[in-house]
Unconditional design. Structure first.
Lengths: 671, 286, 91
């Protein structure tokens, strides 16, 4: 046969017996038809199908079984390979995405090369799309006939193996990234942890206390951040961003941009004198606009690493050439105004994406008066007011005049569950954190009155419903009805809401309004996903490989997910998911080599003229024209076997293993 | 000077005639001419939302057909007429709606020559003339008069059809006020309903709604309110108690007229309640 | 407004339309369209209220009698208000 270029470089998937049937020029094909209960058998007329298959030339045996994927079903196939001396197997059943691996492993155990076993999908592509039994049987016959044409052309292939660089990259050092990094590092592997802010901890560092335990957020976070900062296996790169990734699973080359900090972290002692003397003003995202920060800043007193950076846009020296106070007062001379961005290259085997979330910009909610009416703030801003290290040292005060609010209205679903603004989903955490914020407010302001306007109260976690009851027991008033409008009256904030359980409209007069705004995917994370060609959904959240069974993997091998970057979730779930992602990484690192499917593209060098169309077509950068030979060369480890290059090749030099042009034409002729 | 086919509507033609005249004169100063469409008929004053009542659409369709014979735009000043005509035009020219559209056109003698773009006077100022040109014509800037711009509901909703401004936070009239030298204040009730036609049989509702609007304008420090609809102007102006500190309610064309130099007798100030002349004099605008 | 839009729709969902048709609330609607603009599901309650009113008006029942309008009001109130009010609430 032509194109006999199977590569042998290591063991294939599953245990193997020695090959019992040497390659004969007339393949003996076994056709196994699965009933799949009544899924297939209820539509396709199986006895008729078997009769038709049986008379096809080259089909040595036909068998059927109720559930081929079961142990007896697989046993039947293995036995038949041996007794009927089969060297090709077709299993007519469900989609190959479900059981191709199952049946290929079964064949391998019986001594047949797994790549000479093909699936004929007569369920999703046949029995599940029609109720007409005759049409279904005819189509099933055609499907099997074409599959037979393919399998007869299949060569025995061996899986490719690649080495694994047992180092991981974790992008994002919020609680998700920190947890994943610690789990991987504690297993003994090196982790590069990249964080775009000057210090780690993410949004959890902004919180005051966490639900449902009312643990102080910093108290439970800082043990982790400190451990991360001093872990011998974690290379922490803060104020850095992932720029690009090349390579493939087990062998990634990543380029990280280390932004100019203007502070030398090696000589800086974190004494903080520069912070006191800086006159420049920075919009502090950390304080949610409640106060402005300084141009040289650290996010919080317990920052890890506890070194400040200079925000170039708001630094008077860097923009106008005046000031320079920080350099003057720094006792170790750690300020370097001539700092520049640097690029660092690292090599890793696995990447965990933990880019987190942001809150929707409440100013876009037209009728809520944000930006117009003072004292209307969002949930994270209220956290900063509650936080002991926040702008008011934990005293709840109105941003407008510093007075203590005696009545606060909390508005749930501010932007979420709204199909008219592109966020039809529930943000999951707001019901709980609003209850928490109301409880904390009442702890601080004993005669304060809290009203929560809600549509539903969602309390799905452990201890959550009890926490909600605690809120109502504390005298917090819950009004069922979405808030329609927020406006100003004198120095009060007026809220138009509803009490649908009592059946009436209400107008509330408050001193302050806190909006539980929708959780959205971090826009920087979305931009990164686009650069890396990682999948994101319509809302910008990263897509998992399977929503039920593979929640921490992606369809890009080697990329894993953790935290709110994949979807809104609370801290317990984030930590669980981060550890799960770490477990997947460690499972990968537990192998000596990684296997890769051998059904890749291949070049016939006698025909190839080095035109480069294939290189331009390949989405995985798996084929490049070698300038020395002027021939295309396929990197089988990167090739995902999509076939695009074979289609693009104008001379026909590029073919696809086990999907050659000859095979495809024979499949078409088989109709 | 660009000429636009103009549809005044019943109220501007009679009870608010002086406002209509002031609008036309101000237009000429700014650089365009409103040519009243001959033998127009009532637009219906409110859009009929039922999908099967085609008879209610015939009046507006006839106006659009007549307008289409004179050109491809129709300018309205009254927000209610604008709302009705624009929504009917949208329905008439909606792709996929041809069967109903043809049926409607058969009830009208005049032929619907081409799709008509229904523009509001403010749209003409913003998009056709441009704020820069309007600013050039301002000879008496309004001395930073604190003005709350009240749009009402018909100017900005439904947002899919009345799409030239934001349905909760519109800006076009505020922009005009700024161009004229006034200072548009923040205002939470820009597009809340004044009660509209409920003044006929539920005056209490209209009064309550209007009072809320005026209270909020005052809370933000406005000295006056400008409107774009004769009914809104009536509700806000006439239903309130005329106490000290009650805000005067002007039609935006009246302030436009002052800014482009119309004489006091050309502004239709007899239409406003209270003492509009005294108020304007006290602000140095007359 | 009694019943408010949320209750009105609930009545319709439960097949209790007659209670809605007998209510005051549907006549209070001024078609200002704030309801549909703010609703997160874009439910157009103004249109539902219009349909309810149409059902009653088409059975030849007026809600407002033109004879109740006083002469001074007729003088003062802009006629667009009368046209709109009577189109919405009388036959």
């Amino acid at each position: 046969m032509a194109n006999d270029e199977s590569q042998v470089s290591g063991p294939g998937p599953g245990p193997q017996s020695p090959i019992v049937n040497p390659q004969s020029s007339i393949p003996r094909v076994g056709v196994f038809v699965c009933h799949c209960g009544i899924n297939i058998a209820g539509v396709v007329k199986i006895p008729e199908l078997l009769a038709r298959d049986g008379v096809m030339p080259g089909v040595a045996v036909t068998k059927d079984y109720k559930y081929c994927c079961s142990d007896p079903g697989q046993e039947m196939i293995r036995d038949s390979i041996k007794t009927d001396k089969l060297d090709r197997v077709i299993v007519a059943c469900c989609s190959p995405t479900l059981h191709e691996t199952t049946f290929r492993n079964a064949c391998a155990e019986a001594g047949l090369n797994p790549y000479q076993c093909e699936i004929a999908n007569i369920r999703e592509q046949c029995a599940w799309v029609t109720e007409d039994r005759d049409k279904a049987t005819d189509k099933a016959t055609d499907i099997i006939r074409t599959t037979k044409a393919k399998v007869e052309n299949d060569l025995p292939l061996e899986a490719i193996t690649v080495p694994i660089n047992k180092r991981a990259l974790v992008v994002g050092a919020g609680i998700a990234g920190i947890q994943a990094a610690l789990d991987i590092a504690n297993a003994g592997y090196e982790v590069v942890l990249v964080e775009k802010e000057p210090s780690i901890g993410g949004h959890m560092a902004q919180l005051s206390e966490t639900f449902p335990t009312l643990d102080c957020s910093q108290c439970i976070l800082t043990p982790r951040t400190v451990e991360t900062g001093r872990h011998p296996k974690i290379k922490l790169m803060t104020y850095s961003e992932l720029d690009s990734v090349s390579g493939y699973v087990g062998n990634f080359k990543v380029k990280i941009r280390q932004k100019a900090r203007y502070v030398d972290f090696k000589t800086c002692t974190g004494c903080g004198i520069c912070l006191e003397k800086c006159p420049g003003r920075n919009e502090s995202w950390f304080e949610r606009g409640l106060v402005r920060g300084k141009a040289i800043y650290r996010l919080l007193p317990q920052a890890v690493p506890n070194k400040p950076v200079i925000d170039a846009k708001s630094c008077i020296y860097l923009t106008k050439g005046k000031c320079g106070n920080c350099a003057k007062v720094c006792p170790t001379g750690a300020i370097h105004y001539d700092d520049t961005d640097k690029f660092v290259e690292e090599e890793v085997g696995a990447i965990v994406l933990a880019t987190g979330y942001q809150l929707f910009d409440a100013a876009k909610l037209g009728s809520y008066g944000v930006g117009l009416v003072p004292d209307v703030i969002d949930g994270l801003a209220f956290e900063r007011l509650l936080s002991a290290s926040g702008p008011t040292s934990g005293d709840v005060k109105r941003p407008s005049d510093g007075k203590v609010p005696k009545k606060i209205v909390f508005v749930q679903c501010a932007g979420s569950r709204d199909s008219t603004n592109g966020m039809p989903y529930c943000s999951k955490i707001c019901c709980m954190y609003t209850a928490k914020q109301a409880i904390l407010y009442k702890h601080r302001v004993h005669d304060g009155q809290a009203t929560i306007c809600y549509i539903d109260v969602r309390t799905p976690g452990k201890g959550f419903e009890e926490f909600y009851k605690r809120a109502t027991d504390d005298g917090i008033q819950y009004l069922r009805g979405k808030v329609s409008k927020i406006f100003r009256q004198g120095d009060k904030v007026m809220v138009w809401a509803a009490d649908t359980l009592a059946g009436r409209k209400v107008e509330l007069e408050a001193d302050m309004v806190v909006l539980a705004t929708a959780v959205i995917a971090n826009p920087d994370g979305v931009a990164l996903a686009r650069r890396l060609k990682a999948q994101i959904d319509t809302h910008g959240f990263m897509t998992e490989a399977h929503p039920k069974l593979r929640p921490v993997e992606t369809l890009t091998a080697g990329f894993f997910l953790a935290g709110c970057g994949q979807g809104p979730k609370d801290i317990p779930e984030t930590v669980a998911q981060a550890s799960a992602a770490a477990a997947k990484v460690l499972a990968m690192f537990g192998n000596t080599r990684l296997t890769h499917s051998p059904t890749t593209a291949q070049v016939d060098e006698e025909i190839c003229v080095g035109c480069g169309y294939c290189e331009r077509t390949c989405a995985y950068e798996a084929v490049k024209v070698d300038p020395a030979k002027n021939k295309a060369v396929v990197n089988a480890a990167l090739c995902e076997g999509c076939g695009a290059c074979a289609v693009a090749c104008p001379s026909g030099a590029m073919t696809h293993k086990n999907a050659t042009k000859k095979a495809i034409f024979q499949m078409a002729d088989a109709f | 000077m660009t000429k636009y086919t103009y549809y005044p509507g019943c109220t501007l033609y009679t009870k608010a005639r002086s406002l209509d005249l002031c609008a036309r004169k101000a237009a000429e100063k700014v650089g365009f001419q409103l040519v009243e469409m001959p033998s127009w008929n009532c637009c219906g004053a409110i859009y009929n939302a039922t999908s099967d009542d085609l008879a209610a659409q015939v009046g507006p369709v006839r106006n659009l057909a007549k307008a289409s014979q004179l050109g491809s735009t129709l300018v309205t000043l009254c927000a209610a007429c604008h709302n009705v005509l624009k929504r009917v035009q949208n329905r008439l020219d909606q792709p996929g709606n041809e069967v109903e559209s043809e049926r409607l056109k058969t009830f009208v003698d005049e032929k619907y020559e081409r799709p008509v773009k229904v523009l509001h006077y403010l749209e003409v100022l913003k998009n056709e003339i441009g704020w820069d040109k309007v600013k050039e014509k301002v000879t008496k800037p309004l001395g930073k008069l604190k003005v709350a711009s009240y749009y009402g509901c018909l100017m900005v909703r439904p947002k899919e059809v009345l799409s030239f401004d934001d349905p909760e936070n519109p800006k076009v009239m505020d922009d005009l006020m700024r161009v004229l030298g006034a200072e548009p204040t923040r205002f939470d009730f820009k597009a809340e309903c004044c009660g509209g036609y409920l003044v006929v049989n539920r005056r209490d509702v209209a009064k309550g709604a209007s009072q809320k609007i005026l209270d909020n304008a005052k809370a933000w420090g406005a000295d006056a309110v400008v409107t774009t609809c004769p009914l809104c102007q009536y509700n806000l102006d006439k239903l309130r108690a005329l106490t000290d500190g009650a805000l005067p309610v002007f039609y935006f064309t009246q302030l436009l007229g002052i800014a482009v130099g119309l004489g006091q007798d050309e502004l239709g100030l007899e239409h406003n309640s209270g003492d509009p002349v005294g108020f304007l004099k006290s602000k140095g605008l007359l | 407004m009694d019943p408010p839009p949320s209750k009105a729709i609930r009545l319709l969902q439960l097949g209790r339309a007659s209670e809605l048709l007998e209510s005051d609330g549907i006549w209070m609607c001024a078609s200002c369209l704030v309801c549909g603009t703010r609703c997160p599901r874009a439910v157009d309650y103004a249109r539902i209220a219009e349909a309810c009113r149409a059902i009653i008006l088409r059975s030849r029942q007026s809600r407002v009698d033109p004879d109740t309008v006083t002469a001074p009001d007729l003088e003062e109130i802009p006629q667009q208000a009368f046209i709109a009010a009577f189109r919405k609430s009388s036959v």
